[in-house]
Design a protein around this ligand. Sequence first.
Ligand code: KG4
Ligand code: ZN
Length: 342
Amino acid sequence: MRVLGIETSCDETGVAIYDSDKGLLADALFSQVKMHAEYGGVVPELASRDHVLKLLPLLKQVFQQAGLKPGEVDAVAYTSGPGLIGALMVGASTGRALALAWGVPAIGVHHMEGHLLAPMLEAEPPEFPFVALLVSGGHTQLVKVQGIGAYELLGESLDDAAGEAFDKAAKMLGLGYPGGPAMAAHALKGDRQRFTFPRPMTDRPGMDFSFSGLKTFTLNTANAQRDAEGQIDAQTICDIAAAFEEAVVDTLAIKCKRALQHTGFKRLIIAGGVSANRRLRERLQVMVDKERAQLFYARPEFCTDNGAMIALAGCQRLVAGQRSDLSIQCKPRWPLSSLDSI
Ligand code: KG4
Ligand code: ZN
């Protein structure tokens, strides 16, 4: 089955064509990051308007890339939530309308299920069951995964998501938006020993997270280092970024180890924007090796938002016979654990 995937839940317009036999046929993305950077975060109305401008050209591009005529697909999958309502509506209404016009079925996909299945776009896909760490700008969740839609939440952030914490800490250090990649780049040049940040909620049992305290710790550390003019020297910024990254990565690794031990599973997958973080991948690789388990992740461009993960997730459900009706349903909030299993 050949499926067109459309992602417009936040600040990336992603379109892709995935074939259940041949794999990914085409993939195109437009990131709005530069536009939102001026405001220090995503402006929802600007995001929606830009999806309207970019979606049709990207659709033409993927059909051309795949050597197909527009409409030569068996189904359309679009992100129907969670996300920004206006942004979601652009992809959902376009996807639903195209499917109707082409006379093929459509399916609304859960954005986080897309992230969760993204490692399956790679050459050696993980088999079920596995533990999934979902770390994006809006979510930090540990999930016990028995199959598609068979998700049990083991733990989640009680406040800020990991990506959100990276973004906010970066803002405090004057590193701009989005913060994750900038923090990681500065951390590479930093001394990881100079400052020690706390590992929140690791001194008690359980698999929940809390990252808002790290934000305050970053602010206080930064303020204590300011000179008479309020400036922080460049090396100190790198050292703070390194201490912050180390604390987040270490905390995630401790909870992932607990999740593997709790479930007895031997596979860990990481997905979502923060899973592109090199330090996190290195730290988790060491942990899974000790646990005699395996680590799976997608290439960096499929860790952040993209159309390929939506095409793949939609394809799995469509192949199992699932369909969405003709209504255009967008759900800004939509718990992952409420999905049907297939
Ligand atoms: O999954 P995603 O593209 O969008 C959401 O669904 O939220 O994740 C975006 C988040 C942002 O918070 C961004 O700062 C973070 O992922 N991120 C990173 C890295 N690359 C992206 N965080 C840490 N290190 C990175 N290399
Ligand atoms: Zn995402």
